[in-house]
Design a protein around this ligand. Structure first.
Ligand code: ADP
Length: 299
């Protein structure tokens, strides 16, 4: 292994469960805990992977996301849902510093990953993106062989271990190995859309991340390939922390442990309305705005 994990020990002790709030139709609090057992699951069993405090995101003078406080639990699938333009992708991209690549972008607040300030002066954004991998909406394999697609990130990171083993392991974890093991030299672009997306997941896994971010990973896929990706998310959450943006509510309901519902104000600044265990969000939301959205009355 030549790409050692730089994971720091957990510093955040799990917060005790808070009693479930009474349902309220008024303006919700900006601080909502995800993954802290507020919905009757065993508090303390969850570990915090990522904690956001007072996070606001700006593109120039436009505030796209307002004052988000959240915790994301380790080895769970957390889904971000909400109407188009409410800042889900922007918020997702703050988790691996992808927004740094947008010149007009600015963030306020704090994001801690394993207790460390993700935006601290000594943090290397390239290392952040290795530890927090990303899969995009449209499958985007490189015009290279299946093998080289998977090996790519690991090579860049200077991996000098057993590359064949890493490629096989990553493809197996992405539930693609059996379909491609006899054609590893073929172009990644020769695969079907669903296979290409699993190849991109294998590519993300091969850099040995702790967190995988997925931005509408199945929206370009047919229903069968979509279900495969959802199953894969569930499977991967045994080992990885997954945060997924989806506009597909069935997908959030099927594939996630926790759901964060965002919407936006009249000034178009997105904010978190409520967050909690997925079953609770879909069957017994605390806020009218959430109920309207999950029941299809809005958005
Ligand atoms: P969602 O994922 O919920 O659809 P986004 O995070 O993509 O929302 O966008 C939130 C808001 O930020 C939108 O108003 C969008 O137009 C704006 N936005 C997103 N990316 C950029 C960018 N690179 N430059 C300027 N504005 C952006």
């Amino acid at each position: 292994m030549n790409a050692p994990s730089t994971a720091t020990p957990m510093r955040d002790a799990p917060t005790p469960a808070t009693p479930r709030e009474a349902r309220a139709d008024g303006r919700p609090s900006a601080r909502v805990a995800v993954g802290q057992g507020a919905e009757g699951t065993a508090a303390g069993a969850r570990e915090t992977a990522i904690e956001l405090q007072g996070v606001s995101c700006y593109y120039g003078s436009f505030r796209a996301v307002r004052d988000v406080g959240l915790t994301v639990a380790r080895r769970e699938v957390t889904a971000l849902i909400g109407p188009s333009g409410c800042g889900k992708s922007t918020l997702l991209r703050t988790l691996n510093r992808m927004n740094d690549l947008v010149p007009s972008f600015r963030m306020e607040g704090r994001i801690a990953f394993d207790g460390q300030d993700l935006y601290g002066p000594r943090i290397d954004p390239v290392e952040v993106r290795r530890r927090v991998g990303m899969v995009f909406q449209k499958p985007n394999p490189f015009p290279k062989s299946i093998y080289d697609n998977v090996a790519f990130g690991a090579r860049i990171n200077g991996y000098r271990g057993d590359m064949h083993g890493l490629v096989e392991r990553s493809l197996r974890r992405a539930a693609l190995w059996n379909e491609v093991k006899d054609k590893l030299g073929q172009s990644g672009l020769s695969l079907s859309g669903g296979q290409q997306q699993r190849l991109c997941i294998a590519r993300a896994i091969a850099t040995e991340p702790e967190v995988i971010l997925m931005d509408e990973p199945a929206s370009a896929l047919d229903p069968r390939a979509t279900l495969q990706i959802e199953e894969l998310m569930r499977e991967l959450s045994r080992e990885y922390t997954i945060v997924v943006v989806t506009h597909n509510m069935q997908q959030a309901a099927r594939a996630s442990d926790r759901t964060v519902f965002m919407t936006m104000d009249e000034d178009r600044a997105g904010y978190v309305v409520e967050a909690g265990e997925t079953a609770g969000i879909f069957t017994n939301p605390r806020h009218q705005l959430t109920e309207d959205y999950v029941s299809g009355r809005f958005g």
